[in-house]
Design a protein around this ligand. Sequence first.
Ligand code: FES
Length: 231
Amino acid sequence: MTVLLVSRSATHHGGHDAIHRLAAATAEATGLPVRACFLDGAAPSLHAALEAVPDHDEVLLVAVHVPPDRYLDTWIRRAVAHWRTTCARPVRIAVTTPLATQNALVTAIAEAIAGQHTELTGNPGPFRSPAWSQITRHHRHVLICRGPRCTAYGANEVAATLGTRLHEHRLDDDILVTPTGCLFPCNLGPLVVVHPDDIWYEQVDAELAVRIADEHLRDGAPVDAQQPRRS
Ligand code: FES
């Protein structure tokens, strides 16, 4: 059996590494293959992790979120159902009860309370800085949807490809790239939106991401762009 710790994207630095370390520690404690994956916003996606499970293996999913995240619990089920439509292998997949409802977590918190404490003194860093009042001088703003459906359709690879390409073109300061949650037209994902041009690229793959970086963001010529379908 393979265990997958499924989490959501962490907004703080090191959050994703922490989930991977938790998976490694759990593997050591249980002797089972345990991997970390993400519903949205980070790699590897749940789809990619399921894809990597060996043939004939069973999968147990653990939603890693405290307190329980109904969005994560609901979307794990949707993502697995969608993944099954893309995979011919008959894989048995189950899910545990949410961690926050398990007594072992109460025990762990009680042990932490009874254990060693670190007093918080001093100031580890400034809360404000003059630099954080400056709006960046970028020429274009690129939104990359990292919501659960776009992630399932390959947004992680799109984001990585676009980021690498822009770095190679030395456009990091010129182009502001922002990962977003769901932008709503999920059926058209993965979505990349370029402003102020108001160009919505649909079903972006790595190849189109390279063209967006080269032709639109570097050379200023949108790639066979379609206007957004607005109702
Ligand atoms: S998940 Fe990308 S538009 Fe909904």
